[in-house]
Design a protein around this ligand. Structure first.
Ligand code: CAA
Length: 395
C-alpha cells in the first residue's frame, strides 16, 4: 500500500468529499450529543444507551456491513473517520462502537454463514442490539492460546463451561462472540468460536470490572455453566477459533488506533486553546518554548498516527478482495496511536497545570481514558512482538 493509493486529491493528503462528509456528520453528532454528557457518564459509569441507540440509527454501529444486513455499507476509511470523531467527544462511546463494528460485526461478516448473518449480524449492525467479543480469561490475556474455558460436543450441540473476563459491553450485550477450547491437546488449534445468545440458560454475568477510565463502557466477567450452544451457532469450523480471533483483532486494532487518535486530538485541542488564553509572567503560556515545543511534538505525533491509521484502513479495505493479512499495518497503527494518545493526554494535563488535574475540565478524563488503548486488544508489548516477528520473518 503506498501513499498514492490513498483516495485523496491535491499536493497534500486530502480526503475525498464523501469521506469529509462522513467525518463532518460524525463530528457534529459527537460534539452536539455526546460531548455534553461525557463527564456525567464518566462519573456515574452509566452505559450511554440513548446516544448509542442514536448512533445505531445513524448507521455507526455497523458501518462496513452491507445494507442487506442492516449496516451502512461504507468502507474502512469511513469507519475510522467516524470512530475518531466519536472518541474525540468520549472514548467510552468509542469503545462500544469499536467492539460492535470491528470485533463482532466484522467477524460474522467475514466468517459467518448466511443464516448466521441473518440471525446474529442484522440486529447488531442496525443498532437494535449490542454485541461483545470475549477472548480474555482471568488467567489468559496476552497468551490468548492458553484459555481454560471448555466446549464439549454432545450430538448437535456444544456444552460450554468457564469464566471470561474484561468483556467490553458484556453487561448489555445480546450476543457475544466467544472462544473456548474444544480440544485441549491441540493447544491453540483446539480453540473454537461460538456466537452466544445471552438470554439462554447457562449464561450469566460475573463481576463488573472496576476501571480507571472508559468508565461509561460497561465491562464485566461472563460465566458459562453448562451453556448449550447449538451447532449452527459455531462460527467457522472446530479448531479455527484462534485464527478467527487473531484476524478479527487485526481489524479491532485499527479501531483502537482510531479511538486513541480521537483522545489525542481532544487532548491537543484543549491544550492549544489553553496555551493561547492562559497567561503567566505577563505572556500567553504558548509563547514559552517549554509549552510550544510540547504542542509541536503532540501535533507531529497526531499526524503521524493519522497516516498509519489511514494506511491500515486502506490495507484492510484491500484485503476484502485479496484476502491478504493486514496484521503489520494494524499493529503499527495501534502501537503508535495508543502511545501518542498517552503522550498527548499526559502533556495536556501538564500544560493545564492544576486545571489539568481538576475534574472541572475533561483533560483528566482523557488522561485516564488513554491508558486502556495501550492495553486492550493487545498490549504495546504484544504489538511490538507482532511487528518484530513480521519483520524477522518469524510469523
Ligand atoms: N492472522 C491470522 N493468523 C494468525 C494471526 C493473524 N493476525 N496471528 C497469529 N496467527 C496464526 C499463526 O499463523 C499460527 O498459525 P498455525 O497454527 O497455522 O501455526 C497461529 O495463529 C498461532 O500463532 P502464534 O504462534 O504467533 O501464536 P502465539 O501463541 O505466539 O500468540 C500473539 C501470538 C500475537 C501473542 C497472540 O496471542 C496475541 O495477539 N495476543 C494478544 C491477545 C489480545 O490482543 N487480547 C485482547 C483481547 S480482546 C479485548 O481486548 C477485549 C475487548 O473487549 C476490547
Amino acid at each position: 500500500m503506498t501513499v498514492t493509493e490513498i483516495p485523496v486529491s491535491g499536493p497534500t493528503l486530502k480526503l475525498s468529499s464523501e469521506h469529509e462528509m462522513i467525518q463532518q456528520v460524525a463530528r457534529e453528532f459527537a460534539q452536539k450529543e455526546i460531548a455534553p454528557i461525557a463527564a456525567e457518564h464518566d462519573e456515574t459509569g452509566e452505559f450511554p444507551s440513548e446516544t448509542i441507540a442514536k448512533m445505531g440509527e445513524m448507521g455507526f454501529m455497523g458501518i462496513e456491513i452491507s445494507e442487506d444486513y442492516g449496516g451502512a455499507g461504507l468502507d474502512t476509511l469511513s469507519y475510522v473517520l467516524a470512530l475518531t470523531e466519536i472518541s474525540k467527544a468520549d472514548a467510552s462511546h468509542g469503545t462500544i462502537m469499536s467492539v460492535n463494528n470491528s470485533l463482532y460485526c466484522n467477524a460474522i461478516d467475514r466468517f459467518g454463514s448466511e443464516e448466521q448473518k441473518q440471525k446474529f449480524l442484522s440486529p447488531v449492525a442496525s443498532g437494535q442490539a449490542i454485541s461483545a467479543y470475549s477472548l480474555t480469561e482471568p488467567m489468559s490475556g496476552s497468551d490468548a492460546g492458553t484459555m481454560r474455558s471448555r466446549g464439549v460436543r454432545e450430538g448437535d450441540s456444544y456444552v460450554l463451561n468457564g469464566r471470561k473476563s474484561w468483556v467490553s459491553s458484556g453487561p448489555v450485550a445480546s450476543y457475544i462472540l466467544t472462544f473456548v477450547m474444544t480440544d485441549p491437546e491441540k493447544a491453540h488449534r483446539g480453540i473454537t468460536a461460538f456466537l452466544v445468545e445471552t438470554d439462554q440458560p447457562g449464561f450469566s454475568l460475573g463481576k463488573t470490572e472496576p476501571k480507571l477510565g472508559i468508565r461509561a463502557s460497561a465491562t464485566c466477567e461472563i460465566v458459562f455453566d453448562d451453556y448449550r450452544s447449538p451447532l449452527e451457532n459455531r462460527l467457522g469450523e472446530e479448531g479455527e477459533g484462534f485464527k478467527i480471533a487473531m484476524q478479527v483483532l487485526d481489524a479491532g486494532r485499527i479501531g483502537i488506533a482510531s479511538q486513541a487518535l480521537g483522545i489525542a486530538e481532544a487532548a491537543y485541542d484543549a491544550s492549544l486553546s489553553y496555551a493561547r488564553e492562559r497567561e503567566a509572567f505577563g505572556r500567553k503560556i504558548g509563547e514559552f518554548q517549554g509549552i510550544s515545543f510540547k504542542l509541536a511534538d503532540m501535533k507531529t505525533r497526531i499526524e503521524a498516527s493519522r497516516m498509519l491509521i489511514y494506511q491500515a484502513a486502506l490495507a484492510k479495505e484491500a484485503a476484502k478482495d485479496s484476502g491478504e493479512r493486514f496484521t503489520l499495518e494494524a499493529s503499527m497503527a495501534k502501537l503508535f496511536a495508543s502511545e501518542t494518545a498517552n503522550h498527548c493526554a499526559n502533556e495536556a494535563v501538564q500544560i493545564h497545570g492544576g486545571m489539568g488535574y481538576s475534574k472541572e475540565l475533561p483533560v483528566e478524563r482523557y488522561y485516564r481514558d488513554a491508558k486502556i488503548t495501550e492495553i486492550y486488544e493487545g498490549t504495546s508489548e504484544i504489538q511490538r512482538l507482532v511487528i518484530a516477528r513480521h519483520e524477522l520473518g518469524l510469523r
